[in-house]
Each structure stands twice: as structure tokens, then as C-alpha cells.
Design a protein around this ligand. Sequence first.
Ligand code: NAP
Length: 365
Amino acid sequence: MSKIKVGVLGATGAVGQRFVQMLQGHPWFEITALMASERSAGKRYVDACRWNLRGDMPEAVREMIIEECEPGPDCQIVFSALPSETAGEIEEEFAAAGYVVCSNARNHRYDDDVPLLIPEVNPEHLALIDIQKRNRGWSGYITTNPNCSTTHLVSALHPLHVRFGVKKVFVVTMQAISGAGYPGVSSMDILDNVIPYISGEEEKMEHKEPQKLLGVFDGVGVRYADIVVSAHCNRVPTRNGHLEAVSVEFEEKPTQEQIVQAWRDYRPLAQQLKLPSAPQPAIIYDERIDRPQPRLDRMAGTVPGMATVVGRLRPDPLLHYKFMALGHNTIRGAAGGSLLNAELLVAQGYLGQASALLAESAMIA
Ligand code: NAP
């Protein structure tokens, strides 16, 4: 069975390189196009891209010629790792031209007819795709994944929200340097330091993303969840892995054991379907007193970098309980999140003939 052709927009950047890395050897997808700015277009990937990930640049992409970010390349899905200054318009052009756009950028996350997705959390929001295509007259469509810190916060909260109803959340993030792209924050600013400000991050976590992700699709649109979030976002001198200190209040206060049980029982659709990039389990509860830690635990689980690790669950004197959550920011928080979204689209029949062929070949559970 031939693979689905995919392209990467912003392929030379921090998230773009993760896409390239994660797509190597993928059972369903193969890279047929790499796109970046006009500075890189026309160059070989090996010459235009300063490879910053562990291990060598994959052989299969070294000689590929980078194209400009314009519709035309021979692929069905485009993964977008473009900066928000340019992503909005370019992604729309691709969707209008019939491509399936899986985006990391923030531009379309809050559009009423665009799914903001975590496959484990809100796969039913895929129904927005038909509404989007109708509204905009596009033959393609856009899906988005949340910001890297929201991804792991909401992943940890989802099984608790389903059982006990999350009412209030107080979260303090300790976010890795790679979250700012490359070269990102200057070493003179971040070494021996913590920067208590990340532009736009607290607004995304407080007002929009958790509420949309945990909201209900009512047949017409998403009714946002009624959850109050207070967020303090900080940049800390770790390379990868966002650590978050979370306090939470519920509609119905559970016992500590019930919370642990909710995490342990969690087996959402992405895991049931055995999507190739879905970690089994999605949430790892670590009982050790001093875990999770970014350096030790960001790659935990069956698909490295894709799980959310939680620990240090204990009573909270202000809200009901508090715990720590950790997850990789450029893997599950960015490229891996989009990749899993694309796998869900294929498995749920949103890739037309390609979906049907994969289902026939029994590659989908
Ligand atoms: P980055 O390292 O700065 O990479 C930007 C990429 O976009 C490069 O490939 C660059 O190509 C290309 N580009 C820049 N300007 C362009 C233009 N005018 N037209 C076409 N291509 C252009 O950024 P990043 O950290 O990978 O972030 C990419 C996106 O993912 C952003 O929207 C960011 O907010 C989001 N995101 C990042 C993280 C993270 O942990 N880093 C997490 C979640 C979401 P050239 O090399 O040719 O300049």
C-alpha cells in the first residue's frame, strides 16, 4: 500500500526539523515536499537547514530542494511549522487549493469552524471540518493543535474533567528554551536566570485553549467549557520539556485515589485505534516523590516525547488538589501533536480515498 504524500511548511525551523525527524520511517506518511522562506527556497535541505536535533539529518531529505510556501507541491497533507506572522494566509491558500493543513501556529486555533485538537481529548470536534469547508468554500481544510504548555495541561486534566468536572485551575509553568524556536532566547538572558514572561502565553492558557479543547460540539459549533484558569508562564534554562505546577478545583471533589484511578484507566480513542504516534498509555502517573523531571522524564513512554507525565499528587490548601505535569514541547507540544492529528484524520476517514485504502489494508485498528 503506497504511503500518503506529505509536505512540511517551515521545514528548516525548530518545529519543522521535528516534523522531518518524526516522519522518517512513518508507516502511513512520506515526505515529498519541504518548504520554507524565500531565503531557503531553491537550496538543498542540507545547505539551508542548520540541523539542531540529536542524530544526523535523515539521508532521505538531505538532497531535497526547498520550495517556496505556495500551493503546487505533490502532496495531500501539509504540516505547518510557520511563524504566526506568515502562517495565517499561507495556510488558508493551501486549504483553499485542496490540501489538508495540520498547523502548529496560533492563527486559526480560535476560529469557530477550525478544530483545535488533541486526539485523546476532543476527536468529536473533527465534525467542524465539514462546517469549515461549507463556510469557506474550500476543498481542503485546516486543523490546529494547541500551544505546547496547554497541550500537557489539558491532557492531564481531561480524564479528571470527564469524571469530576474541572472548575478552577491555577498553573505555574516552567517552560524550556526550545519553546522559543531557534536561536530563541539569548544565552546571556537565560543562563543563571528565569524569565517570568512569555509573550501571549498566559492569555492562550487562561482564556481560550483549555476552554475550547474541553468544550462540547453541539452540532453547530463548540460550546466552550466553563473553567476558570489562572496561569503564570516562565522561561527556565532547560532545553526541552515543559514542567507545570497545577492546582485544581472540581465540581465534585474526588478522593486522591479516584484521581489516580482516572489517570490509570484513561484509554481514549487515539489509543484504542492504536494510531502509530499514540503513546500507550497517554498519561503516565509517576509515584516517585521527586518526579517528573524534564531531563529524566520528557522522553518517557512507548512513543518518546508523546506522553504526558504526572506526579506529586497531593491535597491543596487553596483549591482541592495539586500535582506536577510534564511533557515534551517540540514533540507532543508541537510536531508530534500535529502528526497525531493527521493520523486521527486518516483513521476517521477525513483523507478520502487514502483513508479508505488504509482501512482496507487493515493498518488502522
Ligand atoms: P522557527 O525555528 O523560527 O522556524 C520558522 C520556519 O518558518 C523556518 O523554516 C523559516 O524558514 C520559515 N519562515 C519564516 N518566515 C517565513 C516566511 N515569510 N515565509 C515562509 N516561511 C517562513 O520557529 P519554530 O519554533 O519552529 O515555530 C514554528 C511555529 O510553531 C510557530 O508558529 C510557533 O509558535 C509554533 N510552535 C512552536 C513550539 C516550540 O516548542 N518551538 C511549540 C508549539 C508551537 P527559513 O529558514 O527559510 O527562514
